[in-house]
Write a protein that binds this ligand. Sequence first.
Ligand SMILES: [Zn+2]
Ligand SMILES: [Zn+2]
Length: 312
Amino acid sequence: MAEVAEIRTVDLPPRDTIPKRAPIAVRVAAFLVITLPLLGVVAAPFFVWGWGFHWVDLGLLLGMYGLTAIGITVGFHRLFVHRSYETYTWVKFILAALGSMAVVGSLLNWVAQHRRHHQLSDTPDDPHSPHHHGHGVLGMLRGFTYAHLGWFFMPDPPGLDHYVKDLSASRAMRIASTLFPLWIGLGLGIPAVLGGLITGTWGGVWTGLIWGGLVRIFLVHHVTWSVNSACHLWGMRPYRSGDESRNNFLLGILALGEGWHNSHHAFPTSARHGLRWWQPDTSYYIIRMMSFVGLAWNIKLPSRAAQDHAHR
Ligand SMILES: [Zn+2]
Ligand SMILES: [Zn+2]
């Protein structure tokens, strides 16, 4: 738990001074960001294999999923929030752009919210804890929904900027964060243009947008959000982490290693979340590959003694 101290923390204002709801524009934006990819998913079955879904679309879906999920896990989370390894500024900029294409928030806002999550994990001031929402099955469902996407409709807590002073001191990172709308546009435009160029048809533009854009955003959204909701509800807790974080095998796979969330809360600055050989951690494998080619260094890992000490 000593490693938590490395994350920037902020003195909290009294809870009754915090507004209960976000401004209307924020709530409308959150609604659109959640529902528009869903429309893509609803439309997708009409483009079934052989008619509106071909190898090109599958490639665009998997390729864009992989790239934007890596932007979140290897970039936003392990590099920018926890500084679990170091890299060049140009690599940081690319990872910031890829993570932004996942449309889960601008770089600075996402990092600040996540650092606050670690500071206050599963307390009433945690931005997205599934706990404290009542008892029984109904309370659990309410908590799950809130931690998954309900919290997007809440106002930003005051003082959020203080969590990201290190990042906002960098001009490159400020620019990468401000360009969030451009990255969203590119995340939709790139698969559409590629779909059109590869197939040489206007239909390819349309299905590229649906599969590589909207359906891909929908999948990355719900997998990423499940780390906040499901990984604080269901799974194993091998380490004493001081909260309700869990190791969830399914999300360990789908979220490229982020599902080993109890291990992560126990050792937040570790570049590796799947600490055992049988816990696949694609994001860590990518960081290792980056280090082999000289693109990552100062990779932080918990010692064997620290792991044994924190084990239940
Ligand atoms: Zn967590
Ligand atoms: Zn974290």
